[in-house]
Design a protein around this ligand. Structure first.
Ligand code: DC
Length: 211
């Protein structure tokens, strides 16, 4: 039987992760957070002091990496890594590297019921033939407020106007880049996540029931 694939795209801090984790648990689908792969790569480049302004340095380093951890760690969520992940994500070589990791992840787990995969280009580029495509839409100010609370709760120092500025900057980078920009994928359902989590989930569960 074919695996079900649900894609969840949307801008930074739109709640994709929380929604994906909920869907994963409720519908018994494996969750893959593609943003973590970009963050993990950003961490490697930072740690190994790779000069990322030169694409040749990035390509050279990518050839040396044989595997990447999918484990989440709080450090990967810091502003420093967020900014760096957004910077490296503009490069085609980085995107191809991460897309391949995602294809292998799905291939290796053929026996399971399906996947919920979140990111910026999952429905538009990586899994164009997904069974259900969702695009999560949230006002930038609401996103900044939620991210601010998340950072404060996790013990990081944080300033709201700076978070809002950062979110707007990342939106611009994600939407205007040449390679796989953030767009509403063809056939995607736009989910408004400005309100309560329960109302968002209700809209989504109704769509999943129809698959
Ligand atoms: O979803 P996130 O905030 O964890 O993603 C971190 C960065 O990775 C984000 O700024 C853009 C990039 N990204 C991407 O370009 N494409 C994806 N599918 C996922 C993330």
């Amino acid at each position: 039987m074919k695996n079900i694939i649900i894609t969840i795209d949307g801008p930074a801090a739109s709640g994709k992760e929380k929604i994906s984790q909920y869907i994963s648990k409720k519908w018994k689908l494996k969750h893959l957070d593609s943003g973590i792969l970009y963050r993990r790569l950003a961490f490697i480049f930072l740690n190994d002091r790779i000069e990322i302004n030169k694409v040749s340095n990035i390509k050279k380093k990518l050839k040396e990496i044989s595997s990447i951890s999918y484990n989440k760690s709080q450090y990967l969520r810091t502003q420093e890594i967020s900014r760096l992940a957004s910077k490296i994500a503009v490069h085609n070589c980085v995107r191809l590297f991460i897309n391949n990791l995602q294809y292998n992840f799905v291939k290796k787990n053929k026996k399971i019921k399906g996947f919920v995969i979140d990111g910026r280009d999952i429905g538009s580029v990586v899994f164009k033939k997904a069974d259900l495509k969702l695009y999560i839409d949230v006002n930038p100010k609401i996103r900044a407020k939620r991210r601010y609370k998340q950072l404060i709760d996790s013990g990081e120092k944080s300033i709201y106007p700076k978070i809002l500025k950062d979110i707007k900057l990342r939106d611009k980078k994600d939407k205007l880049r040449k390679n796989s920009p953030l767009v509403v994928p063809k056939d995607a359902h736009i989910i408004n996540n400005n309100g309560s989590f329960n109302s968002t989930i209700k809209q989504i569960n109704n769509l999943i029931k129809e698959i």
